[in-house]
Design a protein around this ligand. Structure first.
Ligand SMILES: [Zn+2]
Length: 208
Protein backbone atom coordinates (compact mmCIF):
# COMPACT_ATOMS: atom_id res chain seq x y z
CA UNK A 1 0.00 0.00 0.00
CA UNK A 2 1.26 3.40 -0.91
CA UNK A 3 -0.65 5.43 1.62
CA UNK A 4 -0.86 4.83 5.31
CA UNK A 5 -4.32 4.77 6.75
CA UNK A 6 -4.60 8.08 8.54
CA UNK A 7 -8.33 8.14 9.10
CA UNK A 8 -7.98 7.66 12.82
CA UNK A 9 -5.67 10.56 13.53
CA UNK A 10 -5.42 13.09 16.26
CA UNK A 11 -4.39 16.64 15.29
CA UNK A 12 -3.29 19.25 17.79
CA UNK A 13 -1.04 22.31 17.85
CA UNK A 14 1.95 22.60 20.16
CA UNK A 15 3.73 25.81 20.98
CA UNK A 16 7.34 25.76 19.81
CA UNK A 17 9.38 28.34 21.78
CA UNK A 18 12.58 26.60 20.64
CA UNK A 19 11.91 27.53 16.99
CA UNK A 20 12.72 31.02 15.74
CA UNK A 21 10.61 31.20 12.63
CA UNK A 22 7.27 30.07 13.99
CA UNK A 23 5.50 29.72 17.30
CA UNK A 24 3.67 26.46 16.72
CA UNK A 25 3.68 23.08 15.05
CA UNK A 26 0.81 20.93 13.92
CA UNK A 27 1.11 17.52 15.55
CA UNK A 28 -0.52 14.49 14.00
CA UNK A 29 -0.63 11.30 16.02
CA UNK A 30 -1.42 8.14 14.15
CA UNK A 31 -0.66 4.43 13.96
CA UNK A 32 2.78 4.96 12.51
CA UNK A 33 6.06 3.70 13.90
CA UNK A 34 8.42 6.54 13.21
CA UNK A 35 8.49 10.27 13.71
CA UNK A 36 8.75 12.74 10.85
CA UNK A 37 8.97 16.53 10.62
CA UNK A 38 8.04 18.45 7.53
CA UNK A 39 7.68 22.13 6.60
CA UNK A 40 4.77 22.44 4.19
CA UNK A 41 4.48 24.88 1.30
CA UNK A 42 2.83 27.47 3.54
CA UNK A 43 5.66 27.29 6.07
CA UNK A 44 3.70 25.27 8.61
CA UNK A 45 5.64 22.71 10.65
CA UNK A 46 3.97 19.30 10.59
CA UNK A 47 5.11 16.72 13.07
CA UNK A 48 3.87 13.16 12.55
CA UNK A 49 4.34 10.88 15.53
CA UNK A 50 3.39 7.41 16.70
CA UNK A 51 0.39 7.36 18.99
CA UNK A 52 2.23 6.18 22.07
CA UNK A 53 5.25 8.43 22.04
CA UNK A 54 5.48 10.94 24.89
CA UNK A 55 5.23 14.63 24.22
CA UNK A 56 8.60 15.14 25.85
CA UNK A 57 10.38 12.71 23.53
CA UNK A 58 8.69 14.27 20.49
CA UNK A 59 9.60 17.78 21.61
CA UNK A 60 13.21 16.77 22.23
CA UNK A 61 13.35 15.58 18.67
CA UNK A 62 11.95 18.89 17.37
CA UNK A 63 14.40 20.82 19.53
CA UNK A 64 17.32 18.78 18.17
CA UNK A 65 16.28 19.59 14.62
CA UNK A 66 15.45 23.26 15.30
CA UNK A 67 18.14 24.68 12.99
CA UNK A 68 17.10 22.52 10.10
CA UNK A 69 13.39 23.29 10.62
CA UNK A 70 14.00 27.05 10.92
CA UNK A 71 16.03 26.93 7.71
CA UNK A 72 13.15 25.16 5.97
CA UNK A 73 10.67 27.82 7.11
CA UNK A 74 13.03 30.60 6.00
CA UNK A 75 13.18 29.07 2.54
CA UNK A 76 9.39 29.14 2.31
CA UNK A 77 9.28 32.72 3.64
CA UNK A 78 11.87 33.84 1.09
CA UNK A 79 9.85 32.28 -1.68
CA UNK A 80 6.72 34.03 -0.41
CA UNK A 81 8.49 37.35 0.12
CA UNK A 82 7.99 37.39 3.91
CA UNK A 83 10.72 38.70 6.21
CA UNK A 84 12.63 36.20 8.36
CA UNK A 85 11.65 36.03 12.02
CA UNK A 86 8.19 37.50 11.51
CA UNK A 87 5.10 35.51 12.36
CA UNK A 88 3.21 36.68 9.34
CA UNK A 89 2.48 33.25 7.89
CA UNK A 90 0.04 32.62 10.71
CA UNK A 91 -3.33 31.76 9.18
CA UNK A 92 -5.97 34.51 9.28
CA UNK A 93 -8.57 34.15 12.01
CA UNK A 94 -12.31 34.11 11.14
CA UNK A 95 -12.60 37.62 12.67
CA UNK A 96 -9.78 38.97 10.48
CA UNK A 97 -11.39 37.44 7.43
CA UNK A 98 -14.80 38.89 8.25
CA UNK A 99 -13.19 42.30 8.65
CA UNK A 100 -11.41 41.97 5.30
CA UNK A 101 -14.58 40.84 3.58
CA UNK A 102 -16.44 43.93 4.82
CA UNK A 103 -13.67 46.31 3.83
CA UNK A 104 -13.36 44.61 0.46
CA UNK A 105 -17.05 45.10 -0.25
CA UNK A 106 -17.02 48.77 0.75
CA UNK A 107 -13.68 49.68 -0.90
CA UNK A 108 -13.43 47.54 -4.03
CA UNK A 109 -16.94 47.85 -5.46
CA UNK A 110 -16.85 51.67 -5.77
CA UNK A 111 -13.37 51.41 -7.24
CA UNK A 112 -14.61 49.05 -9.96
CA UNK A 113 -17.41 51.52 -10.74
CA UNK A 114 -14.95 54.42 -10.90
CA UNK A 115 -12.40 52.68 -13.14
CA UNK A 116 -15.10 51.23 -15.40
CA UNK A 117 -16.49 54.75 -15.79
CA UNK A 118 -13.07 56.07 -16.78
CA UNK A 119 -12.69 53.27 -19.31
CA UNK A 120 -16.24 53.70 -20.55
CA UNK A 121 -17.15 50.07 -19.88
CA UNK A 122 -20.23 48.52 -18.33
CA UNK A 123 -20.21 45.33 -16.29
CA UNK A 124 -22.63 43.06 -14.42
CA UNK A 125 -22.27 42.14 -10.76
CA UNK A 126 -19.18 42.40 -8.60
CA UNK A 127 -18.70 39.59 -6.10
CA UNK A 128 -16.08 39.37 -3.38
CA UNK A 129 -14.65 36.07 -2.18
CA UNK A 130 -11.53 34.57 -0.69
CA UNK A 131 -9.50 32.61 -3.18
CA UNK A 132 -6.18 30.86 -2.74
CA UNK A 133 -5.09 30.88 -6.35
CA UNK A 134 -6.47 33.92 -8.15
CA UNK A 135 -7.00 37.63 -7.64
CA UNK A 136 -9.97 38.10 -9.86
CA UNK A 137 -11.99 36.77 -12.73
CA UNK A 138 -14.47 38.01 -15.27
CA UNK A 139 -17.30 35.89 -16.67
CA UNK A 140 -18.60 35.97 -20.21
CA UNK A 141 -21.71 37.68 -18.80
CA UNK A 142 -19.56 40.53 -17.56
CA UNK A 143 -19.69 39.61 -13.88
CA UNK A 144 -16.50 40.36 -12.01
CA UNK A 145 -15.19 38.44 -9.02
CA UNK A 146 -12.47 39.90 -6.82
CA UNK A 147 -10.38 38.31 -4.10
CA UNK A 148 -11.15 39.91 -0.71
CA UNK A 149 -7.41 39.78 0.09
CA UNK A 150 -6.93 42.68 -2.33
CA UNK A 151 -7.82 45.11 0.48
CA UNK A 152 -4.56 44.12 2.17
CA UNK A 153 -2.52 45.19 -0.86
CA UNK A 154 -1.44 48.68 -1.96
CA UNK A 155 -3.87 50.64 -4.10
CA UNK A 156 -1.85 50.37 -7.32
CA UNK A 157 -1.93 46.56 -7.11
CA UNK A 158 -5.68 46.51 -6.45
CA UNK A 159 -6.17 48.82 -9.40
CA UNK A 160 -4.09 46.56 -11.62
CA UNK A 161 -6.35 43.58 -10.83
CA UNK A 162 -9.50 45.62 -11.40
CA UNK A 163 -8.21 47.08 -14.68
CA UNK A 164 -7.14 43.58 -15.76
CA UNK A 165 -10.63 42.19 -15.15
CA UNK A 166 -12.30 45.18 -16.78
CA UNK A 167 -10.16 44.67 -19.89
CA UNK A 168 -11.57 41.14 -20.06
CA UNK A 169 -14.92 42.74 -20.83
CA UNK A 170 -13.39 43.54 -24.22
CA UNK A 171 -11.17 40.49 -24.65
CA UNK A 172 -12.03 37.26 -22.83
CA UNK A 173 -8.50 35.90 -23.23
CA UNK A 174 -4.88 36.90 -22.63
CA UNK A 175 -4.18 37.67 -26.25
CA UNK A 176 -1.82 40.46 -27.39
CA UNK A 177 -4.92 42.58 -27.98
CA UNK A 178 -5.93 42.11 -24.35
CA UNK A 179 -2.49 43.18 -23.05
CA UNK A 180 -2.55 46.16 -25.40
CA UNK A 181 -5.77 47.22 -23.74
CA UNK A 182 -4.22 46.87 -20.28
CA UNK A 183 -1.13 48.81 -21.39
CA UNK A 184 -3.26 51.60 -22.77
CA UNK A 185 -4.95 52.11 -19.40
CA UNK A 186 -1.94 51.26 -17.21
CA UNK A 187 1.43 51.54 -19.03
CA UNK A 188 3.42 50.39 -15.97
CA UNK A 189 1.30 47.27 -15.38
CA UNK A 190 4.18 44.77 -15.71
CA UNK A 191 5.74 46.05 -12.51
CA UNK A 192 2.43 45.64 -10.66
CA UNK A 193 1.90 42.19 -12.10
CA UNK A 194 5.29 41.13 -10.74
CA UNK A 195 4.68 42.72 -7.34
CA UNK A 196 1.28 41.09 -7.09
CA UNK A 197 2.95 37.75 -7.58
CA UNK A 198 5.45 38.24 -4.74
CA UNK A 199 3.54 40.47 -2.29
CA UNK A 200 0.31 38.62 -2.86
CA UNK A 201 1.62 35.08 -2.44
CA UNK A 202 2.32 35.64 1.25
CA UNK A 203 -1.29 36.75 1.79
CA UNK A 204 -2.77 33.80 -0.08
CA UNK A 205 -0.58 31.47 1.97
CA UNK A 206 -2.33 32.71 5.11
CA UNK A 207 -5.80 31.66 4.03
CA UNK A 208 -6.91 28.72 6.17
ZN1 LIG B 1 -6.93 37.60 -16.94
Amino acid sequence: MKHKNETNVDEVYWETPYLRETDRAKVIRSDRRTMSVQVDRRGEVILRIPRRISRRTAEDSLRNQANRIDAGIRRVKNRLGVGAGSQSLTPFTPEEMEDMRKRAASDLKPRVAYLAGQMDLSYGQVSIRFQKTRWGSCSSRGNISLNALLVELPEELRDYVIVHELCHLKHMDHSPAFWEEVTYKMPEYKLYKQRLHTEGAALMARLP
